[in-house]
Design a protein around this ligand. Sequence first.
Ligand code: SF4
Length: 306
Amino acid sequence: MFEEVIKLKREKNAVVLAHNYQRPEVQDVADFIGDSLNLSLAARNTPARLVVFAGVYFMAETAAVLNPQKKVVIPDLGAGCSLASSVDVEKVKKWREKNPNGVVVSYINTYVDVKALSDYVCTSANCLKIVESIPRDRPVLFLPDKYLGMYIAAKLGREIEIWDGECHVHAKLTTPAILTKVKLHRDAEVLVHPECGCGTACLLEFPKLGVEPKFLSTEGMVNYVKRSPSKRFIVATETGIIYRMAREAPGKDYIPAAEDAVCEYMKLTTLEKVYRSLRDEIYVVSVPRDLAERARLAIERMFQFT
Ligand code: SF4
C-alpha cells in the first residue's frame, strides 16, 4: 500500500499533506507533516496539481481556499472537529452588528463561513502577536477556543471576549492530569499546547510550584525537542505528535500528559483511505467563491505575522 501511494503520487503530480496528529503510517507516506499553520503554507506553496489532505475538514477547506486552481481532496469526509463545530455563525454576525468597531480573531480551527466573517485568522503560533497588534480601544472577539482565549488574555493582560468552545481532546489535559505527570517525572521538561484545559493554570500557577512549562504550537514543540539538551519531556497535546518527535529527535523520552488525549477525527484517516483518495481523487473539498475570497483575506492577514 505504501509503495502504491508513492507511485500514484508521482503519476498524478500529487502531494500528501499530513497533520502532526495523524496515524504513524499516514505520516510516513506524507510529503509534508506539520501543524495547521505550516500545512496552510505548504498547501499554498506546492506546485502539485492534486493535494491529498490527511487532516480534518477545516484544514482541507483552508488549503482549498488558498489554492483555488488546485484539486484538494480529503480521505474521509467524516473527519470533523468538535472545536470548529462549536461556532454559531449567526451569533458571530450579531456580535459584529453590536460592535461595529470590533475585531473578530478566529483560530484556524474554524470552518470557512466563520473565517469569512473574521478580520484575522490565527494559530497558536501567532495569536499573541495578532491580538497585541489590535489597538486596545477596540473590542476583540476571540473564537472558538476558550482555553486559548484565556491564555491570550492572561498573557497580554487584556480583556477580550472569548467564545465558549473547546476541543474535547485538549480539554482532557487538565491541571491535575499534568501535575500527576510532573510529580512522577521531575526531571522532564513540560511542553504545553495553549489549547489545553490547563493552559492558564499552567501559566499562572505552575511557576509557583517550581515548574516552568513551555507554551508551544505543535510545530514549536517538534522544533524545541530537536534543539533542547533535555532527554525527557511531558507532552501536553494530542498524542499523535509523539511519533513525529521520536522520529525527528530520537533517543529521548516523550511522556504523554494524558494517554487518552487522542482525536478520533484525526485517526479516521488510514493509509488505505489515503490510497483510495489519491486513486479516485475523492472527496473533493470546494468552497464557494465569495466565501473563499473573504476567508482568504483573513488568512492572508495572518501570514503577515508569520
Ligand atoms: S484535536 Fe481537537 S481541535 Fe484538533 S481536530 Fe481534533 S477535535 Fe479538532
